[in-house]
Design a binder for this molecule. Structure first.
Ligand code: AMP
Ligand code: ZN
Length: 112
């Protein structure tokens, strides 16, 4: 747990969240500023700053991918977009690795 990390506090239950899915390695909750009808954040229970950091921890990285799969299976998501922002320059605002899982509306490619 990192001090002053909002997502560590959500995992610890110190900040309320709308839980959608949980397993041994991950916790997933509704984004409070949803960009699609389904917008869930999947976070590692372990504090890692971003997906590049998680890539240096193969066990955590595998756990995160398994969490995305588990969420999708539980919620019957067949078509969904997964976004990892890495760095403030592309909009990362919370520096605890999280997958945005978005679904429920048409999404163009490339993203705007
Ligand atoms: P990013 O910009 O990729 O770092 O994404 C951070 C996301 O976390 C944003 O989509 C926020 O809406 C979301 N967020 C921040 N604080 C909370 C919170 N307390 N509960 C739910 N979602 C949050
Ligand atoms: Zn954290």
């Amino acid at each position: 747990m990192a001090a002053d990390c909002v997502f560590c506090k959500i995992v610890a239950g110190e900040i309320p969240s709308t839980k959608v899915y949980e397993d041994e390695d991950c916790y997933a909750f509704a984004d409070n500023n949803p960009q699609a009808p389904t917008h869930v954040l999947v976070v590692t229970k372990k504090h890692l700053t971003d997906i590049a950091d998680a890539g240096g921890d193969p066990e955590a990285a595998a756990g995160l991918l398994a969490g995305i799969r588990g969420l999708a299976e539980q919620e019957n998501l067949r078509d969904f977009r997964t976004v990892f922002n890495t760095g403030a320059g592309v909009g990362q605002t919370v520096f605890h690795v999280h997958a945005h899982v978005l679904a429920g509306r048409p999404m163009g490619w490339p993203p705007g």
